[in-house]
Design a protein around this ligand. Structure first.
Ligand SMILES: Nc1nc2c(ncn2[C@@H]2O[C@H](COP(=O)(O)OP(=O)(O)OP(=O)(O)O)[C@@H](O)[C@H]2O)c(=O)[nH]1
Ligand SMILES: [Mg+2]
Length: 371
């Protein structure tokens, strides 16, 4: 017994082959109001009335026959949007171009835009279907049109003309697209339908060659899109990073990091030490106990917990002068210091440093040497 997938089994049971259509991609161009969307709707078998201007582009899909499915990019034709036409040239197997023949102005404008299109490198060697649309029932000459469009032989796979003048036929009968384009062509036998059929035949004939260009363009487009996506992702990350940095800066401004405690400096005391007023609440009086603070207690004072430069040892016998750069030491010598709850009187000339004052100097890390 041969292995068959459920899909194959269903179709074998129904005695029908699954329909796998290959895709033909087409681009439909022409100046604004030329009738591109109108034509594509009629071709597909949809009601073409009450159309809106195509803003950007729209994609119209339709079944052509058993072998092919059509994907048509209907690109807006207003002057401001014509710049994007060339983005589609490489990605399509063939070009539909609608020439608006309603007035001399629209005809000239259509020819100008067509001239740029037909000479584009991605349009050369591709089949072109030229549809002449004329809503004013103007007379025109095929030879004249052929001369005006100035198409050189061999530049394109084929160039097929057709007329779509003042199309009014059976609009009320068009309700929905139930038939393939080919089936409708056989039924209606309109000239534009038959010419369009020849255009698709030409694409089918060169399908492999044309598809290579289309696939290469699709790959290039995907690479461009991925690169653009990556670029957008990086930009987004940068924006988020900058926002985070700004947040952190804002937080730091509101809550600055803890700075080393500033040394309290008191104003110059009165010259007579006896008249110095002492706030008993804030600073306890100098006591015998405080003047004999054991060194281990001093070491564990809160001031010492804060990391800082190693405290230099003070030698009683040192004769080093006070450095002029050591401004801290200078200030501390000249002012009374209220520190760690011990009041230190200002230094008076000739007076020996008390033990407490030496301890205080050690705590301040100053290099004051008693005279
Ligand atoms: N009856 C009739 N009306 C047409 C025909 N061609 C165009 N029109 C009218 O012209 C209007 C504009 O046609 P569209 O098909 O929207 O023109 P377009 O080329 O798609 O224009 P843009 O989308 O602006 O680029 C349509 O709404 C129709 O009313 C035609 O062959 N017969
Ligand atoms: Mg349109």
């Amino acid at each position: 017994m041969t292995d068959k997938s459920w899909f194959e089994t269903i179709f074998c049971c129904c005695n029908r082959r699954p329909v796998i259509r290959r895709e033909i991609k087409l681009g439909c161009f022409g100046i604004g109001g030329a009738g591109k969307t109108f034509f594509l709707k009629v071709l597909k078998g949809e009601d073409p009335r009450d159309l809106l201007r195509t803003n950007g582009f729209s994609t119209i899909k339709m079944e052509y026959d058993e072998s092919f499915q059509l994907t048509v990019y209907d690109v807006g034709g207003d002057k401001g949007i014509r710049g994007i036409w060339s983005n589609y040239y490489a990605e399509v197997h063939g070009i539909i171009y609608v020439i608006d023949y309603s007035t001399d102005e629209t005809f000239l404008e259509s020819l100008e835009a067509f001239d740029a299109l037909k000479n584009h490198p991605h349009v050369l060697k591709k089949p072109i279907f030229l549809l002449l649309n004329n809503q004013n029932n103007r007379e025109f000459d095929d030879v004249e049109i052929s001369n005006e469009t100035n198409i050189q032989p061999g530049q394109h796979k084929c160039v097929l003309f057709s007329h779509f003048n003042k199309y009014t036929g059976y609009l009320n009968n068009i309700k929905n697209a139930t038939m393939t384009v080919e089936a409708r062509t056989k039924k209606d036998k309109h000239e534009f339908q038959e010419q369009f059929g020849r255009f698709i035949d030409s694409i089918s004939e060169h399908y492999v060659e044309l598809s290579e260009g289309v696939k290469a363009a699709e790959l290039a487009l995907k690479i461009r899109q991925d690169a653009a996506k990556e670029q957008r992702r990086l930009m987004q990350m940068k924006v988020e990073h900058d926002a985070l940095k700004a947040d952190v800066a804002g937080l730091e401004l509101r809550n600055p990091p803890p700075q080393p405690a500033a040394q309290p400096v008191h104003p110059d005391p009165p010259s007579d030490p006896k008249s110095a007023s002492i706030n008993l609440d804030e600073s306890p009086p100098l006591s015998l106990a405080s003047s004999t603070i054991p060194s281990d207690i001093i070491q564990s004072s809160p001031e010492e917990v804060t990391p800082r430069d190693p405290v230099p040892k003070i030698s009683q016998t040192s004769t080093l002068p006070v450095s002029p750069q050591d401004s801290h030491a200078h200030i501390k010598m000249e002012t009374p210091i209220l520190r760690d709850n011990y009041f230190l009187p200002p230094k008076t000339p000739g007076r020996q440093y008390s033990r407490i004052q030496r301890i205080q100097n050690v705590l301040n890390g100053s290099r004051v040497v008693p005279k």
